[in-house]
Design a protein around this ligand. Sequence first.
Ligand SMILES: Nc1ncnc2c1ncn2[C@@H]1O[C@H](COP(=O)(O)OP(=O)(O)OP(=O)(O)O)[C@@H](O)[C@H]1O
Length: 498
Amino acid sequence: MTSAIEAFDVVKKFGSVQAVSNGRLTVGQGEIHALLGANGCGKSTLSKIIAGTHAATSGTVLIDGKPAAFANPREAEEAGIALFYQELSLIPQMTVEANVFLGREPKNAAGFVDREKMRADTEALIRLFGDAAGNGLVPDARVGDLPPSQRQIVEILKVYAKAPKIVIMDEATATLDGRQVAVFFDILRKMRDGDVSTVFISHRLDEVFAICDRITVMRNGETVAEVVTAETTQEEVVRLMIGDVRRAERRSAQAQSAAEPILAIDRIGGGRLSDVSLSLAPGEILGLGGLQGQGQSELLRGLFGIKEFREGQIRLEGQATRIRRPSQAVAKGLAYISGDRGTDAALPGRSIFENLAAAVLVSERRMIVRAGTLAPRLADVAALLKTKYARLSDAIGTLSGGNQQKVFIARWLATNPKVLLLDDPTKGIDLGAKADLFALIRELADKGIGILLYSSEDSELLDNCDRVAVFNGGSVVTELSGATLDTFHLTRAAFGDA
Ligand SMILES: Nc1ncnc2c1ncn2[C@@H]1O[C@H](COP(=O)(O)OP(=O)(O)OP(=O)(O)O)[C@@H](O)[C@H]1O
């Protein structure tokens, strides 16, 4: 029997970025097939090539045994392929029915949009979800008024409204609750019975093992394995995802259990976060791990008062504390550094000196300073960071990204913080600068500062943290230290198999 999808030797370059270097995917008719791999390994790119959203740089895609060269998603759709977009494609100002049938509205004999049919068909689709659709999900509801889970259901319905033969579901369950996921899986199985083929992309191993017949694993742009779900284990699949990694040398965990925590957070919740409890010892580097967007940045931003938590308690050096604004956080000895330098940190167009001075001015509540008194203080801190600049009066933009980031760390050091909140601080900086930064971060920890570090790169956490709390769906699913602080345990917990 010919396969529904057969893709091989697929290469995709975006400029100098090689998103897919050797993609391969074979999906049978009436099969639910998982495409798995770490963040950024090329899953979305490969599936968008199959669905006609991207043109491959080279390679072969066969649909039902015939070469597919779709010029655009519309042509792929006409060939029976429907893609669920990770980044929702709905138009919030329009109704559910208008979104579901956008661009494909049913017409009556006179050639006008057949509103009754559109409504009836939308109702029938919503009924697929039964009670799990929840209140208010009706054809004439405005999509922008629906909560995220119902918007995601509308996106799913939009896919099935096309009566596709091949469906690509990219992170389609991300905001669904447990009952909605169960109903969605029933729908997937019914479609499978009707010979629809599904490519199922998910970061949740339990879902993959619950619903998928086979699993293709990608790593760094390459397909590395294809396995039959019933013949493998979650542990085996995690090993395929991470490949051969030599165990990182572990620094011996410092004896911190005796020390009173410098920061303790208890059952923090609200927004993406739910029931997060953590404790940070002085001198400790506590990593926040897991896949991107699982609540790590929200926690750091909340601690810095950028957005207040709805529930839970924070204690700083044993004292219950509320932090409503960044200025309060600074006054209490917290410092926050984000890797999004351009948006969060820089005073663009201003001098290195002004950028260095910003944090001191906030923490000391000073409006006017004489450069003469501040300059030596800040120059010392900058020197500590091995920052390479000609003059403090040069514009911040004259420094490389790595050196700019050092400036942003340096300016907080001048305020003598107790806790450093590092939010993916090395994003986009080069390897040498990273090594300098982490050496500095460890030096600061050795001075007794407590450090919370979120990094989107697992290796940074494994190489630099004393402990790592792994986030999944807004909660801490496990804490790794000592013998469990390795790639295998981190990946496994991040994918929900704690
Ligand atoms: N339009 C683009 N331009 C430049 N680079 C891109 C583009 N799309 C993807 N990339 C890069 O290609 C690589 C693969 O990305 P892709 O989105 O396919 O990964 P993924 O496995 O789907 O990741 P995730 O699990 O995070 O969704 C990444 O390094 C990404 O930054």
